[in-house]
Design a protein around this ligand. Structure first.
Ligand SMILES: [Zn+2]
Length: 206
């Protein structure tokens, strides 16, 4: 039996994974204790870093699009490149990692790294020995990776409550069922019309 709280935490984690860049602040206000406070502290890259981590020429070599403005001051989730003076939060930094884990089914190493970030020391913060809901969620998804689902109807990530669950919601399930019924009805309608034509042209059987 899965712990109900842990399942609720996993559902909060998927809400976080699905956030659009402008919705981070709303999430923080709604779930202030989900991550450690340190995850929301704005940070900037140390000045001593002489070069951007991935300068534009490297991006070009590996076939990635060049950042529009190398002096950007805001975090851009579409490319994980940080430049000197950029500000970011750990929440910004880990979202793409969690999104990737939804596809890679929560590999042990990534889970350990993400859980470890919660104790603060990885980035020189004070030691934090609290257990946080995001860690509960990661433990559950690590133990039961089948729960990490993508809805075939709307494409969103979601947490499955049963292994055979396919759709994220009743709404997506119903939309899909209606489309199936409509198609089924049309296919059968075609067959019916064909048979009717056969009967007409075939005439009476002896
Ligand atoms: Zn859906």
């Amino acid at each position: 039996m899965v712990d109900k709280n842990q399942l609720a935490d996993a559902e909060t984690l998927v809400r976080f994974a699905n956030l659009k860049p402008n919705d981070f602040e709303d999430f923080r206000q709604k779930y202030p204790a989900f991550f450690p406070p340190s995850f929301w502290v704005p940070r900037s890259l140390p000045q001593r870093m002489p070069e951007p981590r991935n300068p534009p020429e490297v991006m070009a070599r590996v076939g990635l699009p060049e950042p529009q403005n190398p002096k950007q001051t805001e975090w851009r989730p579409e490319h994980q490149n940080l430049y000197i003076g950029d500000t970011f939060t750990l929440a910004n930094l880990i979202q793409p990692m969690i999104q990737e884990m939804w596809q890679t089914k929560f590999p042990l190493k990534s889970v350990i790294v993400l859980i470890g970030l919660g104790n603060g020391t990885a980035l020189g913060d004070e030691l934090d020995l609290e257990a946080y809901p995001y860690q509960n969620a990661l433990m559950l998804l690590r133990d039961e990776p089948w729960r990490a689902g993508f809805c075939p109807k709307c494409g969103t990530r979601f947490v499955k409550t049963k292994p055979r669950q396919v759709f994220c919601s009743d709404q997506c399930f119903n939309v899909n069922r209606k489309a199936y019924q409509k198609k089924n009805w049309e296919d059968r309608g075609d067959k019916y019309r064909k048979n009717a034509t056969k009967r007409k042209s075939g005439g009476k059987k002896p």
